[in-house]
Write a protein that binds this ligand. Structure first.
Ligand code: NI
Length: 216
């Protein structure tokens, strides 16, 4: 994975507020939560995609997804749809559970120049003892950004959407996204991985965001 990503290449609004580079100060990321900077069409497409994403309170987000056994056209279509919705939602990762599908499937693209990666039945084979803290957001938790500590590097064994075995080694933001999405497949949210104080503040931010959006 390259470490030369410039700030302009980082997505505007992510499931994970992407650091401009892996060394970036996470505080910088607080400023990017500014959807009004998006053009109308992008915003509309994002809002439409987000309507398909389950939000906190939906029990499916707390469910454990089941291993995929059938690699067929249905799975291919499911993966395609995930890629499109993640892209439109301006996310860097998406787990099937977030769409209400209890399959162990996730997609991610930490940097816009990376190809989309599909992991079916991912298993975290190894994680580094070295850990890193950074701010994360989640498409299922609008308005929430909390500090999460995760392994700096991971190795994951999985299958692609055709059933081919693959192994992924990742670090930095990519490693973070993978761990975040695998958490989703186990019903774990970033709120479970932060301090009680941060969780309380996050819940308040989410309520405010909902009120701003006209929801109660
Ligand atoms: Ni998420």
């Amino acid at each position: 994975m390259s470490d030369t990503h410039s700030e302009s290449e980082a997505p505007e609004l992510d499931e994970l507020p992407a650091p401009a580079s892996e060394e970036a100060d996470v505080e910088v990321e607080r400023e990017q939560d500014a959807p009004e900077e998006l053009d109308a069409e992008t915003r509309e497409r994002r809002d439409a995609a987000l309507r398909h994403v389950r939000k906190l309170g939906d029990p499916v987000l707390r469910a454990k997804a089941l291993p995929v056994e059938r690699f067929d056209r249905t799975l291919e279509r499911e993966v395609e749809r995930m890629g499109v919705l993640m892209h439109d939602a301006l996310g860097v990762g998406l787990a099937a559970t977030q769409l209400g599908v209890l399959h162990r499937v996730l997609v991610y693209r930490a940097y816009s120049e990376d190809p989309l990666t599909v992991l079916v039945n991912p298993v975290l084979e190894w994680e580094s003892e070295e850990r890193e803290s950074a701010e994360e957001g989640c498409l299922s938790l609008p308005g929430v950004h909390v500090e999460v500590e995760r392994a700096a590097r991971v190795r994951v064994r999985a299958q692609d959407e055709h059933g081919e075995q693959l192994e992924v080694e990742a670090e930095g933001l990519t490693a973070r996204v993978i761990q975040h999405e695998i958490d989703h497949l186990d019903g774990v949210l970033i709120l479970d991985r932060t301090s009680r104080e941060a969780r309380k503040e996050a819940m308040r931010a989410m309520r405010e965001a909902q009120e701003t959006a006209g929801a109660v």
